[in-house]
Design a protein around this ligand. Structure first.
Ligand code: BES
Ligand code: ZN
Ligand code: ZN
Length: 460
């Protein structure tokens, strides 16, 4: 999709004008001189919110796509909403991001000229742009294209994406950018006693990897470390998932890892002035004669023993080692991103990812950045009371026993491996796939890349 700015409305017949109205309905209407127009009803202008505006843009693209309208024109003057207090950089980003995100289709496995509808080739913004608007448009393009690359990676099926493949994808994403990629194999991980990762991986024919990405462009030495769950397929292991447990979606269990890989690439593209490290423990969780067994007790890299009560709680076990490894970097902040629990989906539905942190100021910041970026997050508690849920009779901790409040128990578990550093845990299971009515293609959302990049910019 190309985005152009022109000063005046063109009379070209192949360009469909978009009108934002105060009505409620949206649709294709007869425009001036017999041409078609897209009418987007947004309700009362004064009541419009940033959230609604995002959806309106995505709906515009979705309507254009389903009606094969490949070129659309949006009058900039209709997009002034003084009460939203948006500056032109934000406005430009918002428009472009949502257009590009809504235009995305995952076509890797489709025949060319298959059944899927055509994309929008061109969005023409009509008006006189400020320098800030141009800047917003340019940044928005970079961000949205990276989010879409993240969606492509997450949507790739497990048959084509193993832990080794994910490491390759990290190399590919870093191609041409000042990002150093190092990959630890089994031997190196054995050396470091990363038994959490090794034990979860041992039931699979695919070898595990620990992917390390480094982007250094900050004056301060200490980095921010992003840790992403990279389970390229989660069958549940010997506690195999049943039919209604999204088993056919579990190639997406590396969505956190994909988000970290592409956030690091994006930080480099946007030349963010920070040092950022990405750590992605990559495994496949499979049942076999060599699998980890329910009840097994393993000693993690931190020296903390874990009773794996349920092998489907693999995420927290591999993250434990990655969080321990993060200590090496003496980070100023550790953020982990994981499709960790179905309990998170039960709690919030598909509307927001769950945010956990013990730092109230950080919680407020991340929530606000979520609102600004469109990657919404909502907090749940990290209370000491949840320690009860992760107690084990014979080991230091248990993974996978809880009945209620599973997202909180998982977060409490992870907190044992963060060594009192400033830390945020984001359970993105609710946002693993796009929901109906969001005007986003089925499958991966690419969240929370937009939130993470804002956090990298704002965290001091
Ligand atoms: N990857 C899943 C969580 C998940 C499920 C994400 C569905 C998105 C959609 C995770 O590894 C898992 O299976 N968690 C278990 C934990 C339980 C065994 C304590 C869960 O949530 O059921
Ligand atoms: Zn699992
Ligand atoms: Zn999982």
């Amino acid at each position: 999709m190309t985005i152009r700015i022109v000063p005046k409305r063109t009379s070209r017949k192949d360009v469909t004008i978009v009108n934002f109205t105060e009505k409620e309905q949206c649709g294709i209407v007869q425009g001036k001189n017999g041409s078609m127009a897209i009418s987007i009803g947004m309700g009362k202008r004064k009541e419009i919110t940033l959230r609604k505006l995002r959806v309106a843009f995505r709906k515009t693209i979705s309507l254009a796509k389903s009606n094969n309208l490949t070129r659309i024109a949006i009058p900039l003057q209709s997009l002034a909403f003084p009460h939203l207090n948006m500056n032109d950089v934000q406005r430009g980003k918002m428009i472009v991001e949502n257009c590009i995100l809504a235009d995305y289709e995952f076509t890797k496995y489709k025949r060319p000229q298959g059944t899927h509808k055509g994309n929008v080739k061109e969005v023409v913004l009509v008006g006189t742009p400020s320098r800030e608007l141009r800047q917003g448009i340019s940044t928005g393009k970079t961000i949205a294209n990276t989010v879409n690359a993240c969606r492509d990676l997450a949507n790739t099926r497990a048959v084509d994406l193993t832990p080794v493949g994910l490491a390759r994808a990290a190399h590919d994403a870093a191609q041409g950018l000042p990002v150093k990629v190092t990959v630890l194999g089994e031997k190196e991980m054995k050396h470091q006693a990363m038994n959490g990762i090794l034990q979860v991986a041992k039931g699979s024919a695919e070898e595990p990897r620990l992917i390390i990405m480094e982007y250094r462009n900050g004056s301060e030495k200490k980095p921010i470390v992003l840790v992403g769950k990279g389970v390229t397929y989660d069958s549940g292991g010997l506690n195999i998932k049943t039919g209604d447990a999204f088993q056919d979606m579990m190639h997406l269990d590396m969505a956190g890892g994909a988000a970290v890989i592409h956030t690091i690439a994006l930080a480099a593209r946007l030349k963010i002035k920070k040092n950022v490290i990405g750590l992605i423990p990559a495994v496949e969780n499979m049942p076999s004669g060599t699998s980890l067994k329910p009840g097994d007790i393993i000693k993690t890299m931190a020296g903390i023993t874990v009773e794996v009560t349920n092998t489907d709680a693999e995420g927290r076990v591999i993250l434990a080692d990655a969080l321990t490894y993060a200590q090496h970097y003496q980070p100023t902040l550790v953020v982990d991103i994981a499709t960790l629990t179905s309990a998170a989906i039960t709690a919030l539905g598909q509307k927001a990812s769950v945010l956990f942190t013990r730092d109230a100021a950080l919680q407020a910041l991340v929530q606000q950045l979520g609102e600004e970026s469109g990657d919404y997050v909502w907090p749940l508690p990290l209370w000491e009371e949840y320690e009860q849920d992760i107690k084990s009779a014979h080991a230091d901790l248990t993974a996978g026993r809880t009945k209620y409040g599973g997202a909180c128990a998982a977060a409490a578990f992870l907190s044992h491996f963060t060594h009192k550093l400033p830390w945020i845990h984001i359970d993105i299971a609710p946002r693993m796939t796009a929901a109906d009515g969001e005007y986003l293609a089925k499958g991966a959302t690419g969240e929370p890349v937009r939130l993470l990049i804002k956090l990298l910019e704002h965290y001091e």
